[in-house]
Design a protein around this ligand. Structure first.
Ligand code: AMP
Ligand code: GLY
Length: 426
């Protein structure tokens, strides 16, 4: 098969690494890709926002499958547009990607199909939103409805913060994504990421993970796209997984089909495990980044076979096997992230760092004058496996010690919650 992978982050590097291991693969192309992906794929410059250019490339290169990494092109309808040209695509339609593209859409779906989630209100004007916030009181959560690159959520611990967040949203802080706002009840519990591979009718559980969103050690500082992750998530016991499937995922699959927008692709449920059980925080309609990196380390089966089954509506006959080992990834970021990262600093030592079995996925790198340089906020994902999360964590940090990149930084405590559990046996 000839495959085109769209995207340029650590998620896509992990997908490329796994796709390249498939005996089904003839040739992998990636656009835009990155230097790590370039080891497995021919990198091509395509304007991904121009779907007909992508389609023409697919026709010319006889692409048998397009795998879409990030949410932006999915929400913009790339899967529909390529399919209209007869091209097979792994990723949801525009209508199904509303599960990520509109928080209000997902909340309404939950209400309609009785899916446990935080109580909420949807507002298109400031005065009504303010009145709701004042009625509900703090703590409370304010969310821009649309895609805001992970920045549109405010956890307001006081009424003042909540009102300020509403004003910022309606003032255009998130552009058109904030023209509508979801206000929700503040949930407490432990968070977990739950993935399903979906074909429109069947959802196949596809791994669990936990990530660390805050930039600093001890879960402090501003939110990021994720500073590290590990899999599996200990809180997702077989019982919790079964409840999540029955109470959240299956009603979502039925609901989407019922709305004429069956979901095919990766459904990524952000969950809060509360005293009452799992509640949906949000959906994403693609793999998590960096969660994908740890999932791919543990997946024993051929990813291309599974992606094909999802595209062809054949998942009812499939299973996915996972390594019993834990996997953990630590994000190395460029100074300045999650604000404006410094670009261009030289990174050395990756071969030495990978010499003990760690995988180093490139998330934001470039080649400049023959040297590998930082070219983004999140730059490298240093990933390892072990019989416990603790062992995977040790191996990842040993690998990091061998990387020569003084301008990079990372958290020192990725996996702390799971490691603490392993140590105390709780
Ligand atoms: P989201 O972009 O919706 O995933 O939100 C980002 C983060 O905000 C989540 O990972 C949670 O840590 C937190 N969050 C979102 N919604 C809630 C909620 N209703 N209650 C508590 N925390 C939340
Ligand atoms: N790491 C969170 C996400 O990919 O949305």
């Amino acid at each position: 098969m000839n495959v085109l992978l769209l995207g340029s982050g650590g998620r896509e590097h992990a997908l490329a690494w796994k796709i390249a291991a498939s005996p089904l693969l003839t040739k992998l192309y990636a656009s835009p890709g990155n230097p790590g992906i370039g080891r497995f794929a021919e990198l091509v410059k395509l304007d991904i926002a121009d779907h007909s250019t992508v389609a023409a490339f697919c026709k010319e290169k006889k692409i048998d499958l397009v795998v879409v990494g990030p949410e932006g092109p999915l929400v913009a309808g790339i899967a529909d547009d390529l399919r209209a040209w007869g091209i097979r695509v792994f990723g949801p339609s525009k209508a199904a990607a509303r599960l990520e593209g509109s928080k209000g859409f997902t909340k309404d779906l939950c209400a309609k199909f009785n899916i446990p989630t935080a109580a909420y209100g949807r507002f298109a004007d400031l005065a009504a939103a303010k009145a709701y916030v004042e009625k509900m009181g703090a703590p409370i959560v304010i969310k821009a409805d649309g895609l805001a690159a992970g920045k549109g959520v405010t956890i307001a611990m006081t009424l003042e913060e909540a009102l300020a967040a509403l004003e910022a949203c309606f003032d255009g802080a998130f552009g058109s994504a904030g023209a509508e706002v979801v206000v929700e009840e503040y949930l407490t519990g432990e968070e977990a990421s739950f993935f399903c591979l979906c074909d429109g009718a069947t959802a196949l559980p596809f791994g669990t993970a936990q990530d660390h969103k805050r930039v600093g050690d001890g879960d402090t500082g501003p939110n990021t796209g994720g500073m590290g992750a590990y899999s599996p998530a200990p809180v997702m016991t077989p019982e919790m997984t079964e409840r999540t499937m029955r109470e959240i995922i299956e009603p979502t699959m039925r609901g989407m089909a019922n709305l004429g927008a069956p979901f095919a692709g990766i459904l990524f449920a952000g969950l809060m495990i509360t005293d009452q059980g799992p509640k949906l925080i949000e959906y994403n309609t693609r793999f998590g980044d960096p969660e994908c990196q740890v999932l791919m380390m543990r997946l024993k089966d051929d990813l291309l076979v599974l992606l094909n089954a999802a595209v062809d509506g054949q998942l009812a006959h499939m299973s996915a096997r996972w390594s019993d080992e834990a996997a953990l990834t630590v994000v190395m970021a460029a100074r300045g992230y999650p604000g404006t990262p410094e670009k261009g600093s030289v990174i050395r030592g990756l071969d030495e760092a990978a010499s003990d079995g760690a995988e180093i996925f490139h998330a934001g790198t470039a080649i400049n004058g023959g040297a590998l340089v930082a070219n983004g906020g999140r730059v490298l994902n240093v990933t390892a496996t072990g019989t416990t999360v603790g062992e995977a964590q040790k191996k990842a940090y040993v690998a990091i010690d061998r990387i020569d990149w003084p301008q990079g930084f990372f958290r020192h405590d990725i996996g702390w919650r799971a490691v603490e559990r392993e140590q105390t046996g709780k």
